[in-house]
Design a protein around this ligand. Structure first.
Ligand SMILES: [Fe+2]
Ligand SMILES: [Fe+2]
Length: 369
């Protein structure tokens, strides 16, 4: 996944069981300066879209096994994936077939034989539509904007989404999570985990930026960042229920301070009542908070953070998530080394130095206590 992709997509997956048609189409597209990969059947195409980075698919209609129509239906049934523009190719003519293709989720329909110029024009439309959905960039920009009020500047969001992705990848290898964590889930947690603290925009300055320790009443207000974030993202999800990633974003915002033993907030959820995404992000967020230097504190070593995380296995953190962390701890260290605060998304913008750079603000924000 290329998280900051802004260019118009140029990679196309061509799906056709007929090698002559497939190679001809690939050659025509390459002449048009597209980057082309090919698949010989619907199953292979589906697998590639889920694991690759294709936003445009041109598929033959009739293929042995999974047909083009079935491929459309299957791609549209993905709940968390990015939008994929699908053009169906067929020698079938007639309105009936057109309607059938569109009903299955195809965006466009091209009858064989077709002129390259017609294909080119239609691909321009495809690129225009796909580039309208610069979802990843918008989501991350929103997260960075919200974070700019807080003291968690630098590359915190960049690192914690990598940690979240790593944990999800590792957990997906376990049979008990295989159903829930597919490739789309992994991409979506990478995309939405930076929104975990978006609700902090609703916390008054005198609390968010307070230079001293928060009083219990102030801490209660600080805790509301969770419900504010949840409500905001829930409203977005309600307005656009097909954008399933917003549900994941909402659940992360709502539950990243819950603890496995039920002692967290806001709802004191315990165990698997806490959505898996919240259990994953909780560890990723805390690990980064512990191992990062802030104005008011030095960074803990990986070993110190590791010890705290192990001690919190089953209390703060889901034991499976802790075990996944331990299996991938070298990768955690590599991310930490490679993504220091000079790698922040907005590194040209210096972090806002405010009284927020203080222990109390962070203590309230960081679920380690
Ligand atoms: Fe938070
Ligand atoms: Fe955070």
């Amino acid at each position: 996944m290329t998280p900051h992709r802004t260019e118009v997509p140029t990679r196309i997956l061509v799906v056709d069981d007929d090698p002559i048609c497939r190679d001809m189409l690939a050659a025509v597209l390459e002449d048009m300066d597209f980057e082309v990969e090919t698949a010989t059947n619907g199953e292979d195409a589906y697998h590639r879209v889920c694991h690759g980075d294709f936003r445009i698919v041109i598929s033959d209609w009739q293929m042995p096994g999974m047909s083009g129509i079935e491929l459309c239906r299957k791609l549209r049934a993905r709940r968390l994936g990015e939008y994929v523009y699908i053009i169906l190719l067929s020698s079938l003519h007639g309105k009936e077939n057109l309607v059938k293709g569109l009903q299955a989720g195809a965006d466009d329909f091209l009858c064989k034989p077709f002129e390259p110029v017609e294909l080119h024009v239609r691909l321009n439309t495809a690129r225009r539509i796909v580039s309208l959905e610069n979802r990843d960039l918008i989501v991350f920009s929103l997260a960075k904007l919200a974070e700019s009020r807080d003291c968690e500047t630098g590359a915190h969001l960049e690192r914690m989404r990598e940690y979240s992705k790593l944990l999800a990848e590792e957990l997906s290898k376990m049979p008990k999570f295989r159903q829930e964590i597919d490739n789309d889930f992994i991409r979506a947690i990478f995309l939405t985990s930076p929104l975990h603290d978006i609700g902090k925009v609703g916390i008054p300055d005198n609390i968010l930026l307070k230079p001293g320790r928060l009083t219990p009443d102030e801490f209660e207000i600080m805790k509301q960042h969770v419900t504010i974030g949840c409500k905001t993202l829930d409203a977005a999800y309600t307005a656009c229920p097909s954008a399933e990633y917003l549900r994941l974003a909402r659940d992360i915002a709502a539950t990243h301070h819950e603890k496995f033993d039920g002692s967290g907030y806001p709802n004191g959820l315990a165990g698997i009542d806490i959505p898996l995404c919240g259990r994953i992000v909780a560890l990723a967020d805390v690990y980064d908070a512990l191992t990062t230097k802030r104005v008011y504190k030095d960074a803990m070593s990986h070993e110190q953070a590791r010890r705290i995380i192990i001690e919190s296995r089953g209390s703060h953190f889901d034991p499976d998530v802790v075990d996944a962390f331990l299996r991938r701890e070298e990768d955690f260290q590599a991310i930490r080394r490679n993504l220091d605060d000079n790698h922040a998304f907005c590194s040209s913008t210096p972090p806002i130095v405010t009284p927020a750079n203080n222990p109390a603000g962070i203590l309230a924000a960081t679920p380690v206590s």
